[in-house]
Design a binder for this molecule. Sequence first.
Ligand code: NDP
Length: 403
Amino acid sequence: MNFSPSEIDRTNLSVDRKPKNVTILGSTGSIGCNTLDLISRNPDQYNVMALTANQNVDLLAEQAMKFNADMAVIADEMLLADLKSALSGTNVVVAAGKEALNEAADMPAEWVMSSIVGAAGLRPTLTAVRRGATVALANKECLVCAGEFMMDQVKTSGATILPVDSEHNAVYQIFDFEHPETIEKITLTASGGPFWNTDISQMAAITPQQAIKHPNWAMGAKISVDSATMMNKGLEIIEAYYLFPVRKDQLDIVIHPESIIHSMVSYMDGSVLAQLGTPDMRTPISYTLGWPNRMNSPSKKLDLTEIGSLHFIKPDIERFPALNLTREVLQCGGSAPTILNASNEVAVYAFLEGKIKFLDIAKIVEETLNAIDFYDMKSLSDVHEVDENARRVSNELITGITE
Ligand code: NDP
């Protein structure tokens, strides 16, 4: 039967009618809350299986009740009794600890949002990958600390990884996976964070409050500091290397302070494809949540005439030493990115706690990399060993600064 365009009911064209079972690892964070916001606008489309948090019992319990989740897991075991009491009288199964995080990831949800911050997200994300789930990957640290293992597991299990990071999500939408040989380079755009044009002499005095105040994006504290040091963009270069079939020298960065173009792919014929949108994580999250269809997102729609002009600036390596460090570890491979990731996590939290200065973050990472020999990691337990050792060395360096 033929329909004329006016006869088609367009309201449901891109909507899958069968509810998708979903699990959100890190549901109380910025990405987790945005994901639940999208789900709350399409309640018939999704069935929430498991939700997890680290310590935020109140929000986790509220989410579990609102979305009628099957399971709620709090990573901090000391908070199990609090979560039990907050969810008493409900049917939500309550659990705590690292093993319980894995159980949440192992529930048979076909779609899993990986939005725990840091290397803590690695194990549960791998669990979801190993059972062949569709994993919406926000947690870039997983790929930085164990990219080869993760991608090997993806191949073996047949899992699907959908990048959530706005840049990688953009590339995913415009990358010709059937003809990767026609691609010249990927250019990841960077907002440059709050300090891309701050006088270098003032950078030593940057406070945690200033560093977490991102000009365009509302994000968790760790990634906000990573954006301010531009370590985030370096981590994203490593993330892109594992997600897309390109060489290390085909990955470029440009500062684009308006955060409208989320990334670009340049082809051999001179064409450059870009994905654009207002800076709202609900756009890339909705791409992964609706995948393989598209769904409505409440993000403000883009009006280029309102913005007027877009700017592009070469990143300043002197100002942002983290960019060179990430390039170097990607080049070295083996355990080097794992060390960088662990050391950066320790240094960022030490900065947020006021123990070290802003410029010390990159110094701690560099000194940790200098203090430890790199080697080829053969197993996941090697990854954990390298991660723990790097955290120990970085903590010792921080103690040296604070004494
Ligand atoms: P948040 O800090 O806002 O949230 C982190 C989530 O992880 C929370 O649910 C937190 O629980 C939980 N969590 C923290 N530590 C642990 C732990 N040790 N074990 C288990 N759960 C833990 O982070 P974001 O949402 O901003 O970022 C999440 C990930 O997504 C990061 O890897 C980040 O790089 C990436 N990302 C984020 C973007 C953004 O716009 N926010 C953009 C692109 C990528 P609790 O609330 O209890 O602390």
